[in-house]
Design a protein. Sequence first.
Length: 288
Amino acid sequence: MMLVAALIFGLNYLVGRWVTGDVQPYVLGFIRWTAGAIILLPFAWNHIRNDIDLINSNRKLLGLAGFLMPFMGAGVTYVALNYTDAVNAGVIQTSMPVMIVLLSWIFLRERTAGVQWLGLIVAIGGVIYMVARGNPSTLLTFSFNTGDAILIFCNLGLAGYAVAVKLLPKNLHPLSLITVVCAVGAACHLPFFIYELFSGQAVIWGVKALVSLVFVAIFPSVFAILLWNFAIDRIGPSRAGIYMYLVPVYAAVFAVPFLGESIGVYHVVGAALIIAGVTLSGRQAKEV
């Protein structure tokens, strides 16, 4: 299940990059989360009815979660993919665990030990090296890739979502949570979706647009997340997190032949630093 989920997340970057110019980014995001909510609703309806009091009492936190993951973390990624490669997106996403550690320390006051700080520094160094494309002088001249910078912002959204979910009641059913989050995410996309509809040609209809819209509506928004949640329940979050390292691998395997992207030395060095940093912070987190 984790192998398939990681494959879908990797392909999501590929599709987002592939369809650039044919489907506007917020149209892609709105369709993804609206379809996700509609598909999940029949399965989640009874659970939502049972959890309605919990949902109402935690509506602000659920609203924040719906903004952080579907919109800031996932939706804006489609904007970033207009400016950067799918391979870059996959590599930068692997830094999410250390961002979770950092945000948990800031907002949840979770204990952060010395080795964790070392891991944070190493992983962030890897991200900076990636954004600089192996040339630190680009940071000083502010000539780094805009899409890479946006992806860091998106990663903070995904990490913030993980922190927000920690604060929700444990007895809130997973299907209730994901359905509400999808619905909030769709609502956050709505004004930008309307703007794109009226500002020009939002969709150039053809095979590429249809395939992309069907893919994001079914696979990354519903299928991959359900597989991810079921797998975490069976093998635990620590083992599950390791599979995230496959996302850039899958993205590269398909992006190189199908999109003509290339893998540079900075990809390898940046990914190695990020993975080393995540490993250091994760090991110490389990001991604490």
